[in-house]
Write a protein that binds this ligand. Structure first.
Ligand SMILES: [Zn+2]
Length: 214
C-alpha cells in the first residue's frame, strides 16, 4: 500500500535532494506499529513537459512485515503528471469553465490523458463528494450539499475540506491538490472506489511537517 505524505517542497527541490530529502516516518497504516525505512525506488514525474526522476522511500512494519511506499503528495498513484496539474484540469473541466481540449493545452498534457482524468473524476464524483464533505465537517468547515453534477459536487467538497484544513498548521503551504492527494492516499482518480480512506483514515491524515532547511 502507498502512504501519501503532505510534502510541501517544490518538485525540483524534492527531486534534487534524492535520498537525502526529509521524509516523515508514520506508523503502520494496518497495525499502527513502528516502521523503519526499507530501501526505496525511483519513479518518473512529468514537470512542465519533462520527465524527472524522484526517489520514493519504502517503510517496513516490523510486526506486519509489509512494506509501504511513501509517496510525496505532488504525485497521484499510477499517474505521471503532478497532482497540481491534474487538479487544474479537473477544476476547469468539472467546474464547467471550459472543455477538455483547452484545459489540456493549458496544462501541456495530451488531450486523451486529460479526458481520462476528467472522466474518472466525474465517475468518482459522488463518492469523492461525500467523503470530502464529511471530512470538511469533521474539520469544522462548511457543510456541502450534494449537487446534481457529480464533478461539481466533488470540487466543492474538496474546496470546503481544504478551506477547513488550511486553518490547521502547515496545510496552507501544501495547496489544495496536494491536500486532496494526501487524504485520498493518492487515489483521487483511481478506479478503486471502495477504499475506506478519509472516514476510517484519521491516522492517514498526517499533519504536514515543514522539512528542515537544506
Ligand atoms: Zn503493521
Amino acid at each position: 500500500m502507498a502512504i501519501v505524505w503532505p510534502c510541501p517542497l517544490p518538485v525540483d527541490a524534492y527531486a534534487a535532494a534524492g535520498r537525502q530529502a526529509w521524509f516523515p516516518r508514520p506508523d503502520c497504516p494496518s497495525c499502527a506499529g513502528r516502521m523503519v525505512f526499507w530501501s526505496g525506488y525511483r519513479r518518473h514525474v512529468r514537470v512542465a513537459g519533462r520527465c524527472r526522476k524522484i526517489f520514493v522511500p519504502r517503510l517496513r512494519c516490523g510486526r506486519c512485515r509489509v512494506t509501504h511506499a511513501l509517496l510525496p503528495a505532488f504525485v497521484l498513484a499510477w499517474r505521471l503528471d503532478l497532482a497540481e496539474v491534474i487538479g487544474a484540469v479537473l477544476a476547469e473541466v468539472a467546474g464547467g469553465a471550459c472543455g477538455v481540449r483547452p484545459a489540456a493545452a493549458r496544462a501541456g498534457v495530451p488531450y486523451t490523458t486529460a479526458r481520462g482524468w476528467a472522466r474518472r473524476f466525474e465517475a468518482r464524483g459522488p463518492g469523492l463528494g461525500v467523503a470530502f464533505a464529511a471530512l470538511a465537517v469533521d474539520l469544522g468547515g462548511d457543510a456541502v450539499r450534494p449537487a446534481a453534477d457529480a464533478g461539481r459536487f466533488a470540487l466543492a467538497a474538496i474546496a470546503a475540506a481544504y478551506d477547513a484544513a488550511a486553518g490547521l498548521p502547515g496545510w496552507l503551504a501544501v495547496g489544495a491538490w496536494r491536500f486532496a492527494s494526501s487524504v485520498s492516499g493518492g487515489r483521487l482518480i483511481t478506479a478503486n472506489i471502495t477504499s475506506p480512506w478519509l472516514i476510517t483514515g484519521r491516522r492517514r491524515f498526517m499533519p504536514p511537517v515543514p522539512p528542515l532547511p537544506a
